[in-house]
Design a protein around this ligand. Structure first.
Ligand code: DNO
Length: 346
């Protein structure tokens, strides 16, 4: 596997020199952040990111994300223009040595939590989702942790209303339409597309979600069989869905060569419904058996990009929720250990 670390560009509070000091770190996962969703990325911005990475001996082979415009997800408006831009962006990143692009097809919200600073017993904080708190959110006057800066209440109401007409089937058709245009470009330039699962893996506010379980993935791969059409195996996202068999899925999609990128983190199911809290990466801290998942990945032949995912805020760090340095670095060390142990024994 190739260990990587998410880096939000020059505005990230974590400098590349710190990332480069994490044992086993080979590169960063980043994106161009100065362009509105759907528009063409600038060569200069990408080149700058790549140069900075190079100065720290870090690769830049994974992009997370090239976001997909809502018109493409809804199949309306300027979708063809946005898909053309998307293809252009893939060609551009490929010219800069990128091998894998992580993206999602979630309407409106690309992740959802009810608390960004959930207090854990050890004094750390982490992201959490409580069914009870979620039910108190008024869809007509939406205020959601982490999203209030992204949309005005009016914009949100408009988007939710527009999605009222989009069924799961329609959203799926729109994904296939997108992939049928994008995947041939990926084949030409050698880039793997890695769709990120829904987080959490169920419908929210009546918005359809179509990447939540094994059956969803099978449908996506059957519709566009090229191996360039793959996934980001995000354990925390799939793992919030208690019916998902993560070990089985890891093995199956690794054997199929579909897992181009893995986000490894743990979640703890905190009640009888679907509430959960993000924890440290260790198996014993959460509800997922991280060792069994890594074993299934390795045995299935997975040799792709991996990154520690959301960490807690620990040691008084005031990091971007989920994306501080310390707990993700601990996660990286743990991931290194799991892979070394499994790779040497398989
Ligand atoms: C959250 C991330 C997601 C992910 C996108 C990929 O922390 O895992 O925002 O980057 O869904 O498009």
């Amino acid at each position: 596997m190739k260990l990587t670390f998410r880096w939000y560009g020059e505005k990230d509070s974590i400098p590349l020199k710190h990332i480069a000091q994490i044992p086993g770190m080979t590169g960063v996962v980043t994106a161009v952040y100065d362009v509105p969703v759907g528009e063409a990325w600038g060569e200069k911005s990408l080149h700058r990111l790549k140069t900075l990475c190079k100065e720290h001996n870090l690769d830049m082979e994974v992009i997370e994300s090239i976001p997909v415009h809502e018109d493409v997800k809804m199949g309306c408006g300027d979708r063809d223009k946005y898909i053309d831009n998307y293809c252009g962006n893939i060609e551009l990143v490929a010219r800069h040595g990128v091998k894998c692009v992580c993206y999602n097809f979630m309407p409106v919200f690309d992740w959802l939590r009810t608390d960004m600073y959930h207090k854990n017993a050890d004094g750390s904080t982490s992201l959490s989702y409580s069914r009870e708190d979620f039910e108190k959110v008024d869809p007509n006057n939406l205020h959601l942790p982490g999203w209030d800066e992204s949309y005005t209440p009016d914009e949100l109401r408009g988007l939710l209303a527009a999605y009222g007409k989009i069924s799961h089937e329609k959203l799926f058709e729109n994904l296939v339409y997108f992939l049928k245009r994008v995947i041939p470009v990926c084949e030409k330039v050698g880039v793997n597309m890695a769709i990120h699962p829904d987080d959490p893996p169920w419908d929210v506010f009546g918005l359809p979600r179509i990447v939540s379980c094994e059956a969803d993935l099978d449908k996506i791969f059957a519709a566009v069989p090229s191996e360039r059409n793959g996934l980001t195996f995000c354990t925390g996202s799939f793992g919030a869905g208690r019916k998902n068999d993560l070990v089985g899925m890891a093995g199956k999609y690794a054997r199929q060569g579909r897992i181009h990128f893995a986000h490894l983190r743990n979640v703890l199911w905190t009640d009888e419904s679907d509430s959960f809290c993000e924890t440290g990466h260790l198996s014993k801290d959460g509800s997922l058996d991280m060792a069994a998942i890594v074993k299934a990945l390795v045995k299935g032949g997975f040799d792709g990009y991996v990154r520690p995912d959301h960490g807690r805020n620990i040691w008084s760090e005031d990091g971007k929720p989920g994306y501080g340095l310390y707990d993700r670095a601990l996660g990286a060390a743990y991931i290194n250990g799991l892979f070394e142990a499994v790779e040497k024994s398989v």
